[in-house]
Design a binder for this molecule. Structure first.
Ligand SMILES: Cc1cc2nc3c(=O)[nH]c(=O)nc-3n(C[C@H](O)[C@H](O)[C@H](O)COP(=O)(O)O)c2cc1C
Length: 207
């Protein structure tokens, strides 16, 4: 089958398939603070690393209604900092709890029963017990094109300024995915535990 992006129903599909096609997507579990000192935590799976030197991450925030922005975007715009927490298998339920639509200023660390570990290069806590966390300073926000209802996403780009790695996930100087068992977002309401790994080297040409 072939169809234009929003014509999926005529192609016999019940839901927009894009998020199910681009899988697995890592989850950026973003902690941030507002200018008033309030603390926030929410998951974003339109998330990835887009440069490793310097380290740059991106996540993308949907409007939460006409002229309403999600707390994470408000905080990042106000304070210019955020931290990406990596979700391991033990954090799955807490990550989901933190995605609830809590009023601005309500701390999802508390709602989800999580420990706040103070940041070093940014004044933002990370989640206690996570395998890794990336402290980031805001590089740029980019308002993405509107959809047919006028809603849009805003892409947030941040430069990694500090990296926390729990010593228990390091084996022989390398990050062990087997220990982390990363949680990824699939389409619909589906998730994946990534636990099958193999090595594949790029070809060396010209010899
Ligand atoms: C696994 C997962 C991934 C999500 N990814 C996104 C995303 O990429 N963009 C987005 O706008 N909302 C996403 N959401 C929804 C937000 O987490 C939710 O709207 C949350 O209440 C936003 O919180 P905030 O207002 O504190 O930032 C996701 C939810 C879950 C559970």
């Amino acid at each position: 089958m072939y169809f234009e992006p929003m014509d999926y129903e005529n192609a016999g599909l019940a839901h927009n398939p894009l998020k199910a096609i681009v899988t697995p997507r890592p989850i950026g579990w973003i902690s941030s603070c507002g200018g008033d000192g309030s603390v926030n935590l929410a998951p974003y799976s339109f998330f990835n690393l887009v440069s490793d030197d310097p380290g740059i991450v991106v996540f993308s925030v949907q409007d939460s209604g006409p002229n309403r922005q999600k707390d994470t975007l408000r905080n990042v715009t106000e304070t210019g900092a955020f931290t990406v927490n990596i979700v391991g298998a033990p954090q799955l339920q807490a990550m989901n709890t933190s995605s609830g639509d809590y009023p601005y200023g309500e701390n999802e660390f508390v709602a989800a029963g999580l420990e706040m570990v103070p940041g070093k290069t940014v004044d933002v806590p990370h989640v206690g017990g996570v395998p890794s966390a990336l402290e980031c300073k805001l590089f740029e926000t980019v308002k993405l094109p509107a959809n047919s209802q006028g809603g849009h996403y805003t892409a947030v780009l941040g430069t990694v300024t500090g990296i926390f790695v729990d010593a228990s996930v390091v084996v022989d100087g390398k990050i062990s995915y087997a220990i982390i068992s990363p949680v990824a977002r699939m389409g619909y309401h589906d998730y994946a535990n990534i636990n099958d790994f193999f090595e594949l080297r790029r070809p060396v040409l010209g010899n």
